[in-house]
Design a protein around this ligand. Structure first.
Ligand code: THU
Length: 139
């Protein structure tokens, strides 16, 4: 079931996402993104996008943050905050939606930016009828 997160935790996540954007490595797109995730243990993991001269290897901020959490042994994502230095919020790309769905099918997903505009959404809204672990058990 989807749970709620406290305003304090949300503020902490937002701060972590903004800080992560400052460390993003994005010399090719110059599109700076930061993400922070709240895990089942209550910890926050953050990361920015990490690009590569071989463009196809660029990694989004959301996946940097989630893979960092998973590498630390976390298996549940409760909330994701994505920050972009834009006037309007940016929602996760398709690949990141799939990765969020893996660890946080019930996660709350927030996008924030440099204006007061923000977006709060859910995985079923971002990725309806998602492929998931259950599909591997079929057949
Ligand atoms: N990017 C993210 O980090 N997250 C998104 O949700 C969308 C795109 C990054 C990938 C790439 O480094 C740059 O933004 C331009 O696509």
């Amino acid at each position: 079931m989807s749970d709620s997160i406290s305003p304090l935790r949300l503020r902490r996540l937002e701060k972590a996402a903004r800080a992560a954007a400052a460390a993003a490595y994005c010399p090719y797109s110059n599109f700076r993104v930061g993400a922070a995730v709240l895990t089942g243990s209550g910890k926050i993991y953050a990361g920015g996008n990490v690009e590569n001269a071989s463009y196809g290897l660029c990694n989004c901020a959301e996946r940097t943050a989630i893979f960092s959490a998973a590498a630390a042994g976390e298996r549940r994502v409760r909330a994701v905050v994505v920050y972009t230095a834009t006037p309007a919020p940016t929602l996760p790309c398709g690949a990141c939606r799939q990765v969020i769905s893996e660890f946080g099918p019930e996660a709350l997903v927030f996008s924030i930016c440099d204006s007061a505009q923000r977006c709060a959404t859910s995985v079923p809204e971002l990725l309806p009828r998602a492929f998931g672990p259950g599909d591997l058990l079929k057949g």
